[in-house]
Design a protein around this ligand. Structure first.
Ligand SMILES: [Zn+2]
Length: 93
């Protein structure tokens, strides 16, 4: 568990800075809900392309939301895969 955390932290690219990460963390929920402006979305996209840790938290958030609201059904994902992803998320949180 601890090594995973360190990995995420050291995986930050040099272009990534903490202020941006904080902004992205603030935007995260709104982005997942699709409630951001085009400008915010652009900033968010650009950041998670460079920042592994923000990308991972966005991915996790998106997956959780999808699983909860059932949006994953629109994508063709085998039930077993969805469940194993869910289990993985719970392991790493
Ligand atoms: Zn970041």
């Amino acid at each position: 568990m601890e090594s995973k955390f360190k990995e995420a932290v050291s995986g930050k690219s040099e272009r990534c800075n903490d202020t941006d990460c904080e902004k992205v963390a603030d935007l995260l929920n709104a982005v997942v809900d699709g409630e951001v402006t085009a400008e915010e979305q652009e900033f968010f996209n650009a950041h998670i392309e460079d920042c592994i840790s923000c990308f991972e938290s966005h991915d996790k958030q998106k997956l959780l939301k999808g699983l909860v609201s059932g949006h994953l059904k629109r994508i063709i994902v085998p039930e077993s895969l969805a469940l194993s992803i869910k289990a993985k998320i719970q392991e790493t949180v």
